[in-house]
Each structure stands twice: as C-alpha cells, then as structure tokens.
Design a protein. Structure first.
Length: 673
C-alpha cells in the first residue's frame, strides 16, 4: 500500500500525459490525429481510468486509518525563505480525488456519443483531460502557492472549454466573461495569500491557521487585519464557486458543450472553490467575522440562484442557477462551522448534478433531429414535453436526479441538505430560514423542469411555438432574450426525438447509483462520512442521535419540498394554475427573476459602459497632456537645433567673436552689479 502513496503523484500526471500526447499529435500531425478519433478517446479515458483506480485505492487506505502522507521538495530558496512543492494525501484529498476522477471518467465516456459528429472531437478530449489534470493537481497540493498555480490552470482550461465553439459569438463572449470575472476573485485571493504570508511567514494550511490565531490573541496583528486577509482569500472561492456577486459567469458558461457543463458544475471548477474553503478552514475558523461573511454570502447565493431558476426556460441555464444555489448551501455550511455537512453535500451534489447535466445533454441530442442544430431551440423547454415516451432511460435518471436534488428521502440530497439545515438552525435561525425557503423553491423549479421536459404533449413539432421563438415575440413566463436565439437553419430530419446511444445513457445509469444511495453513508443514525472527513485538527465527537429533532427538522424540509412539487404539478402538469396569470399579477417580481436580479444590467452600466467613459477621458488626457508635452519637447528640440546650427559654421573668427561677446557681456553684468 505504501507504493500507492509513493506514486500518488501519477494521478494528475496520467491525464496530463494523455492531453500532451493528443495535443502534440494535433499540432504535429493534425489530419492524421483527427482521423484516429476514437483511438485518442481510448488513450484519454484509459489515463483517467487508471487515475480513478489509484484514487479509489487511496480512499480505501485512508478509510482504513492510514496516516496523512506528505511528500515535498524545495522548489525555491532564498536565504531563510524556502518554498516547497509536492503532494499530500489525507482524508479530504482522497475523497476529492475519487469524486473528480469518477465524474470525469463518466463524462469522457458520455462525450464519445455527444461529440461524435463534431469536428473538434479530438481537441475536446485533450481539453477535458488537461482540465481534469489541473483539478487533480489542485486537490493534492500541500500549500497555498501550489494550489494557486493549479487554480489558475483550472481557470485557463475553463476558458478553453467554455469557448470551445469559438466561432459562435455567444461562446466567445461567455469564455471572456468567465475569465474576467474569475480574475477579480483571483486578484483578491493573491492579495490574501501574500497578506497571510507576511503575517505568518508560511504557506502551509495548518501552520498558517495556528500562527494567525497566536498573532491575533497576542495582539501582534489586529483582528481587523486578520478579517481582511481571510475575506480576500475568500474572494477566490466566491468567483470560482459562483457566489454572489461574482456568479454572473456561470449561466453564460452553458455556451460550452454539455459534457464540460457537467464537469464544471459537478466536480471541477465550482468544486474548487468549496475545496479551498475546506483547505483554508484552519485559518477561517479562527476569524469569526470572516465565517459570518462566508455564511451569509452562501445564504444569499442560494436564494438568488433559486429565485432566478424559477423563470428559466433554457434547460441548461436552469440547471446552472440550480448549481449556483446548491453551492450556496455548501458555502453557508462552511460559514456556520458545518465542515462535514458542506463536504457531504459537495459529494452528493457532484453525482446527481453530473447526472442532471448529462441528462439535459441527452435531451438536447434527441431534440436536435427535430428542431435542427439551433441551441436556443434545442434547449428551450417550451418545445419539449412528453419526452418520457421517447427517452425512457434519460427521463428515469433525470427524475431520480430531480428527487435527489429536491431532498426527497432516501435519495442522496436529502441527507446532505438536511444536515446543513440542521447545523444552520443551531447556528443562526435566520440562515436556516433562507435555506428552508430555498429548498421549497428548488423543488418547484426542478419539477417545473421535469414536467415541462418529460410530461404532457410533445411540442417540438408545433410550428406556432417554434415561429414565435424564432421570431421576435416574447411570450409566456421565462421568455428568452431574443439575442440568444441564433438564427441557424432549423431544418429537421425527424418528427420525433429519440433516445441517446449507449455511450450517453450508460454514464447516466452509472451516476444514478450514487445519486440514490451515497447519502446513506452520512445518515444521522450513523454518520460514517462525518467521522471520516472531520475538520482539520478536530477530534470528531460522537453525537447522540435525537429522533425527535430529526423528525422535526427532516419532516419540515420534506414538507416544504412537497409543497413546491405540488405547486409545480398544478402549474405545469395538470394546468390548474396558469403561470401567465401569476406573472401578470406580480410583474415586478417576475421581471426581477426573469432579468436575473439585474446583475448583468448593473455590471454593464457600471463596469462596461462606465469604464469605457473613463477610458475615453484617459485617452483625452493622454492625447492633450501627455502627447502634448512630448510633442512640445520635440518641437523645442527641433527649434533649438535649427537655431543653433547657424552658430556652427566652422569659422574660427566667428567662434572668437562669440567668445569675445560673451566675455564682454559678463564684464558688463558683473561690472554693473
């Protein structure tokens, strides 16, 4: 077993090698490499499969009680400064390695079916492998500097994958938006890192927390400064994990192919932010004010995401706001000190959200033969309905994922979300109330999505609805922005959608298993997960199970979930309540949700238009002042040179005359004075 730890560095290296082999092939022998499409896929999938097997072995070893393993080397040294690089394997690392590799493997298998006819098939696999490698490198990093290096690599890969179809203006804009938004958070993270190093003299997670606590308690640094450092570091996860107000990139990231949407939303980029909070927990837990900021940021994000998802008609964007809301739960849990509950929800969410996104991709794949290769039409739930008859595997797994995310027992989401709500109630009932209301909204919008997509009558061949969408008329609640409706060809080759190939349905079935059962490892009766993943430096105390408390808290959360499901059924399944009439009665709230809380509008006015105005003013200053000073200097030099050249004629008599005149002038001046 020790050999497994010795060679654990291969886990991120294997997918990196796969990406390098395929990438070099594309650069050197492009036509030949693209011709070996599935051979390249086999190489990439085999690499991540080997990494997954090693990860499972490490998780089992850690579960059996193997101590934390750390390997490091001096990477840079200057005087007393020593920066180490290496890798560490502990409980958190082992868990994250398994989550990332299992989800990545299934996404890559799914990709073979989804991207089968795409000319960038091989390039997409190379990007996926590099993305997975970057996330795995981040997970095993033993210090904050190494985390930051892989953190930026994850951001770079997300840029490449979100903008994979770069010939589409929407995709090109989306990857730039993601890149710029994440730079804001990453700049705060960098400042926080440097501030913590200045204060503590180390980048090691545990040592940093210990020293910061000692410095604050002794008065060596003020508690305010510690709060500032902690919040700056937290800005990194705010951007990566799409927390308000830096969440605006996440829905736009849906412009990338669906497999990358699943990977980003389940196990890589957005999970990186929650993972960093967990890694930095030794620092955050000693700064109560920062913990409060984290908790309320998560609560606000959960509420904003849920209220926005209610009016989305694009199936992928609805799931994107759902991810944002669930990430808010995880961050809120971290902020109230529920370290284990937050990570438990990270794990359960990774599997059922990957399944939901891959399910949405299967729906889009089936719809394209009916509505054509127009993303806005293929993803619009108003053109779906009745797909359960045509896509039984997809519909069943999507329903299972919907039940899991809503928190219906005994599915995975119930146990993790209920634990977060219980911990939030113990810490601050106001936070619990936000989470409780969000749970009801989650059930409503997820079953709205399920009913609109899989139940009722199929609407994909309804030319009236299609023409309304392709035209410029908004209709009904959740009408899309017409700018999102790319006017591609909408020729169709079939009158009915179809089930996806086995390469797409197999991952759905495989993900259905943990979505249904994995929550059982963290039940309140015996929380194996909590015992395994307890916070750094903490000794997990055995909590006595209180049946009454469980029934009250769990029953109340299930109650509001059932209310949300009932309302969705009455509106979108039975048609007893008209969504249009409700929207007409509360136009302000409806438009607030439809326009995504106006975050994009405000940012456009303040940062885009506002900065353009500032840039124009700076350009005027540059043109009139800076350029004017430079031009004046040049003119003075020119005139001076032109004037002086007449005094340089080479005649000794003329020079003597000038010299004599200068002497006489000095005599006169000094004589007078």
């Amino acid at each position: 077993m020790e050999a497994l730890y010795t060679y654990a560095w291969l886990i991120p290296v294997l997918p990196l090698l796969g990406a390098m082999l395929v990438g070099l092939g594309l650069i050197s022998f492009n036509k030949f490499t693209n011709g070996l499409r599935q051979a390249n896929a086999v190489v990439i999938i085999s690499a991540i499969g080997a990494a997954m097997l090693m990860s499972i072995g490490l998780l089992w070893s850690q579960f059996q009680g193997h101590p934390t393993y750390l390997y490091s080397i001096d990477w840079a040294a200057a005087g007393s400064f020593h920066l180490k690089m290496g890798y560490t394997i502990d409980h958190l690392t082992a868990l994250m390695l398994v989550i990332v590799t299992t989800v990545a493997l299934l996404v890559m298998i799914y990709t073979d079916g989804y991207m089968a006819h795409d000319k960038g098939y091989v390039r997409f696999y190379a990007y996926l492998s590099l993305f997975s490698s970057s996330m795995l490198g981040l997970v095993i990093s033993p210090n904050l500097v190494q985390v930051y290096i892989f953190w930026e690599l994850v951001g770079m890969c997300s840029y490449l994958l979100i903008g994979f179809w770069f010939d589409r203006p929407a995709a090109a804009d989306a990857c730039q938006k993601a890149f710029v938004t994440n730079r804001v958070g990453d700049f705060g993270l960098l400042l926080g890192m440097l501030g913590l190093y200045w204060a503590t003299g180390t980048f090691e997670f545990g040592l940093m927390g210990e020293r910061l606590e000692q410095l604050v308690s002794s008065g060596a640094i003020s508690s305010t400064l510690a709060v500032v450092f902690a919040i700056l570091v937290f800005m990194g996860p705010v951007a990566k994990s799409a927390q308000a107000p830096l969440h605006v990139w996440l829905p736009d990231a849906m412009e990338g192919p669906t497999p990358i949407s699943a990977l980003i939303h389940a196990a890589t980029m957005v999970a990186a932010g929650v993972f960093l909070i967990a890694r930095m927990y030794p620092v955050f837990e000693h700064v109560p004010a920062a913990m409060n900021v984290i908790a309320w940021t998560g609560a606000a994000t959960a509420l904003i995401g849920a209220t926005t998802a209610i009016t989305q008609n694009d199936i992928k964007k609805g799931l994107a706001y759902s991810t944002m809301s669930q990430l808010g739960y995880m961050v809120m849990a971290m902020g109230v000190g529920a370290y284990g509950a937050g990570l438990f929800h990270l794990m359960t969410h990774a599997y059922f959200k990957a399944m939901l996104f891959l399910g949405s991709g299967s729906v889009i794949h089936g719809m394209e033969d009916v509505v054509g290769h127009n993303p806005a039409l293929a993803q619009d739930m108003r053109l779906m309905g009745g797909l359960r008859k045509y896509m039984p595997v997809t519909s069943f797994t999507f329903l299972l994922g919907t039940l899991a995310i809503c928190g219906i027992p005994p599915f995975a989401g119930f146990w993790s979300k209920d634990e977060i709500l219980s911990e939030a109630f113990a810490a601050n009932p106001a936070l619990w109330l936000v989470g409780y209301l969000t749970a009801g909204m989650t059930a409503f919008y997820m079953f709205r999505m399920y009913f609109s997509t899989f139940e009722g009558k199929f609407r994909g061949t309804d030319e009236v609805i299609k023409n309304q969408l392709l035209g410029r008329a908004n209709f009904g609640p959740g009408a899309m922005n017409v700018a999102e409706l790319a006017h591609d060809d909408h020729q169709h080759h079939a009158n009915e959608p179809h089930e996806s190939p086995w390469t797409m349905t197999l991952p759905l079935v495989m993900l259905a298993i943990p979505s249904a059962l994995i929550g059982l490892v963290g039940t309140p009766f015996h929380n194996y997960f909590g015992e395994f993943i307890h916070a750094p430096g903490a000794v997990e105390a055995a909590h006595e199970f209180d049946l009454t408390e469980f029934l009250v808290m769990g029953g109340s959360s299930v109650g509001i979930v059932l209310m949300g499901i009932t309302l969705a059924a009455m509106m979108y399944l039975q048609g007893k309540i008209s969504p249009q009439s409700i929207a007409a009665k509360i136009p302000t709230l409806y438009n607030f949700s439809l326009n995504k809380w106006y975050f994009d509008n405000v940012y456009n006015q303040v940062f885009v238009i506002g900065l353009r105005r500032v840039a124009r003013q700076v350009m005027e200053i540059d043109y009139r002042v800076v350029d004017g000073a430079v031009n004046l200097t040049g003119l003075a030099t020119l005139l001076g040179g032109e004037g002086l050249k007449y005094f340089e004629n080479g005649r000794a008599q003329f020079y003597a005359l000038i010299f004599l005149g200068a002497v006489l002038g000095m005599v006169v001046v000094f004589g007078v004075t």
